[in-house]
Design a protein around this ligand. Structure first.
Ligand SMILES: *Cc1c(COP(=O)(O)O)cnc(C)c1O
Length: 446
């Protein structure tokens, strides 16, 4: 047998026996997995299906065959699948249009920049070190070489520095104001940012990669309800779909074949052209089918309960950690994510703590804190979240257990140089406890 399949089996075991605390990961359903592993991967479908009649019933959309904007033949099934994905995404996020083709969150962001900006144009986004994302202007990215990124940050209390954001917007007149983060635990004031954006005529863009599932589940505000023009997201984090990207927008929808005037109203068409042929080739229709299935799941009432539970669990986890003396960025959480200052709390390095937790099957990532002296190479904190363990059905009781294990481990790490120096018997004891708890909660694909 090809060793690849043996390694997939080993990965399944790792996922079963450990607790996934990385806030950007999740476990998909059997149905999502099955759509992703389908023969749709054999099909080339460059271009788009028709955008007409997407408000119709699912039955009609799944039956109707319409003229399309594709480059190859044989699209009758793929078109209907992609139309179902688009229609469900629009309903889920109150959008006028959805582009379901971005291969990832990074591609989605690049396409929006490409749709709206010329080289050298200014984009105002959160500093990476304060919780932003690499694709929001980190100098190592292609976007940062093309566009001129200006960064705002967070306050001492861990909230967006809205005053700084407004001042920079008025001074710099950016083409895009970008809200949305990877290590941020508060709910952004979209209304306030939208008012700032209107003053300077900027495109209002929200990158909701982390919290899209919370928005879909109604426990986080939707930026498109507050005057934002564009929302990008990944589909594999809280949204619990396949690995991929998605762009939602407000405005006119029309044929992507004709180049439209560059106005805010035409943003949906500009985005379609920026995704294909602007930045990508053929879409991954097997992944688009899995996105459609995931959006269908997210439209169900059960998903609302799931989203509520994610936040409830995150708050319980934060509370458990606070009780043990951990210092949390922002003092706690309003979403699915907690950022712990391990250095300040226990004089333990973030990377050492990450590796020590990995030994017992608690998977999370070391993360820099705002104004971290250790920066990206020696971060002072760790970032963790509840989307994946909530999918497994865990609740407040398990959150307390996790906080207790984390406290035991952090004490063991004090004064230690490497995770290799930890007491092996104690590590093994905790690893067994973690595994026992994990095995009580099967994965959706088990
Ligand atoms: C995860 C993330 C992305 C990137 O998604 P990829 O699919 O990994 O490219 C973009 N923006 C934010 C805010 C994210 O958290």
């Amino acid at each position: 047998m090809d060793p690849v399949f043996k390694l997939i089996e080993e990965e399944k075991e790792r996922q079963r026996k450990g607790l996934e605390l990385i806030p950007s990961e999740n476990y998909v359903s059997k149905e999502v997995l099955s759509a992703m592993g389908s023969v749709l991967t054999n099909k080339y479908s460059e271009g788009y299906p028709s955008f007409k009649g997407l408000e119709k019933s699912e039955k009609e959309i799944s039956e109707e065959i319409l003229p399309n904007y594709r480059y190859y033949g044989g699209q009758r099934n793929v078109d209907r699948i992609e139309r179902l994905a688009i229609s469900r995404a629009m309903r889920l996020f109150h959008a006028d249009h959805a582009n379901v083709q971005p291969h990832s969150g990074a591609n989605a962001n690049e396409a929006v920049y490409f749709a709206w900006c010329e080289p050298g144009d200014k984009i105002l986004a959160m500093n990476l070190a304060h919780g932003g994302h690499l694709t929001h202007g980190s100098p190592v990215t292609r976007s940062a070489k093309i566009y001129n990124f200006i960064a705002y940050g967070v306050t001492k209390e861990g909230d967006i520095d809205y005053e700084q954001l407004e001042k920079l917007a008025l001074e710099e007149k950016p083409k895009i104001i970008l809200v949305g983060y990877s290590a941020f635990m508060k709910i952004p004031d979209f209304d306030r940012v939208a008012k700032i954006g209107e003053k300077v005529g900027a495109l209002l863009m929200a990158d909701m990669a982390h919290v899209a599932g919370l928005i879909a589940g109604g426990v986080h505000p939707n930026p498109l309800d507050y005057g934002f023009h564009v929302m990008t997201t990944t589909t594999h984090k809280t949204l619990r779909g396949p690995r991929g990207g998605l762009i939602l927008s407000k405005g006119n929808v029309a044929s992507p074949l004709r180049k439209p005037e560059k106005t805010l109203e035409n943003i949906p068409i500009l985005i379609d052209r920026a995704v294909f042929p602007g930045t990508q080739g053929g879409p991954l229709e097997h992944v688009i089918a899995a996105k459609a299935v995931a959006f269908g799941e997210a439209l169900k009432p059960e998903f609302r309960e799931y989203a509520e539970k994610i936040v409830e669990n995150a708050k319980a986890l934060a509370e458990g950690l606070l009780k043990h003396g951990f210092i949390l960025q922002g003092g706690g959480t309003e979403n699915h994510l907690v950022l712990v200052d391990v250095k300040q709390s226990f004089q333990v390095d973030g990377k050492l703590y990450e590796r020590a937790l990995d030994l017992v099957g608690l998977t999370l990532n070391a993360n820099a804190l705002p104004n971290d002296k250790g920066a990206a190479f020696k971060p002072s904190g760790v970032r963790l979240g509840t989307p994946a363990i909530t999918t497994r059905g865990m609740g407040v009781v398990e959150m307390k257990k996790i906080a207790d294990w984390m406290f035991e481990i952090v004490k063991m790490c004090q004064g230690v140089e490497s995770e290799k120096d930890l007491d092996k018997t104690k590590v093994e004891k905790i690893r067994k406890e973690v595994e026992e708890t994990a095995l009580e909660f099967p994965l959706p694909t088990d």
